[in-house]
Unconditional design. Structure first.
Ligand code: UT7
Length: 347
């Protein structure tokens, strides 16, 4: 059975750097609060017009494809993970297919938020193991800056998130010594409303004026002026509840991956945790008794880029020579859903 290797990796972040101090112009916050609670010093924001989730993803993809020694025409399938797609529908995958002038290959969008990239890698890995595809482009990209509440009311969320993209080419190999060893995917929908953006959606319970709606209102837009006036177009989060669950599930899903492969935490050469909060990463590191040089963090510079955070961190760790052939790399994520996931890779 073929295995999947990461044949090429790339990243792209917007040029526009936004410091914690810059945020104080819009909301009641401080550099001290943000650094102390999250470790974040700055983040990047996309150009509001010129850059989209798709265009950033494409920039990262071009680098990944070139580093894999391939061209766009060699790609057999596209998987695009994002929670901030260019359109409500269709997904970003088809936009990549069009803009990169690829063949009429399949394109799949994955909406699993912070664990979206690990889910995407897992899906790609199954296609490769089954022999269906040889080269799969997997992208994680987010343009959060467009959908955040920059008033003081939204500060617990808006200070955390940043924009950017990462991409890999997953490739089939017969080399039994390398590649993805296993992936582990989980969810608990009981936490669905704890970190969510309800609108635009068809549920209705989160519409401020829901009581005014009945079946006679057929044809009314599901996103109305009233919803926007009531700030119902922004994400909502109970940060402490997410934090508590994250520090439980991160170590659990990492240990699951290690156990299934007969390995121990000390075998990990590089842990790439989803960059949710530096305090979460540091607690996970402590629980697994890993030295600092074996855990990669760059949230200080980019904030939380959701589906893009793992491929961006993986790309930087690799570029800095911290991941070498034979390294045991562990990816782990937790976020909205709740969903969480891990992957073990022999580089
Ligand atoms: O990747 C997706 C998954 N998301 C996460 O993993 C997020 C996990 N959670 C967290 O990272 C943390 O809960 C936060 C960083 C979001 C918040 O930190 P916290 O230590 O849990 O703060 P808190 O929400 O308990 O708020 C403490 C205080 C509150 O004021 P009072 O009620 O004590 O007066 C907040 O209003 O801090 C206030 N606050 C802020 N103050 C300044 C909340 N946000 C801010 C802010 N600046 N940006």
């Amino acid at each position: 059975m073929p295995r999947s290797i990461i044949a090429g990796i790339g990243m792209h972040v917007p040029e526009n750097v936004f410091s914690n101090q810059d945020l104080t112009k819009y909301m009641d916050t401080s550099d001290e609060w943000i650094q102390e609670r999250t470790g974040i010093q700055q983040r990047r924001y996309a150009d509001r017009k010129a850059e989209t989730t798709t265009t950033m993803g494409i920039e990262a993809a071009k680098i990944a494809i070139e580093r894999a020694g391939l061209t766009e025409q060699d790609i057999d399938f596209i998987i695009f993970a994002t929670l901030s797609p260019d359109y409500y529908f269709p997904g970003c995958g088809v936009l990549v297919q069009r803009e990169m002038k690829m063949k009429e290959i399949g394109a799949l969008d994955i909406r699993n938020q912070c664990s979206g990239f690990v889910y995407a890698i897992s899906v790609a890995d199954q296609f490769i193991k089954s022999g269906m595809y040889k080269n799969i482009l997997v992208i994680g990209s987010e343009k959060h800056s467009f959908g955040l509440d920059f008033s003081t009311k939204g500060r617990n969320i808006s200070v955390i998130f940043g924009d950017g993209a990462g991409a890999v080419v997953l490739q089939a190999t017969d080399d039994a010594e390398r590649g993805i060893l296993s992936t582990h995917l989980h969810s608990d929908g009981n936490g669905a409303e704890i970190l969510a953006m309800y609108n635009p959606g068809t549920h209705g319970n989160h519409w401020h004026h829901f009581a005014d709606f009945d079946n006679d209102d057929m044809g009314k837009a599901f996103m109305t002026h009233a919803m926007i006036d009531n700030d119902q177009n922004f994400p909502t989060m109970d940060g402490q509840a997410v934090f508590k669950k994250a520090i439980e599930k991160f170590p659990e899903v990492i240990m699951e991956a290690l156990r299934i492969n007969g390995l121990n935490p000390s075998d990990i050469d590089m842990l790439i945790p989803h960059q949710a909060n530096l305090r979460i990463s540091q607690m996970v590191q402590k629980m697994l008794k890993l030295p600092s040089e074996k855990v990669y963090n760059n949230i200080q510079r980019y904030g939380n880029t959701t589906a893009a955070s793992i491929p961006i961190a993986l790309c930087e760790a690799w570029q800095e020579g911290k991941i070498k052939e034979g390294s045991l790399v562990c990816l782990a994520a937790f976020g909205s859903g709740f969903t969480w996931a891990s992957a073990l890779i022999r580089w």
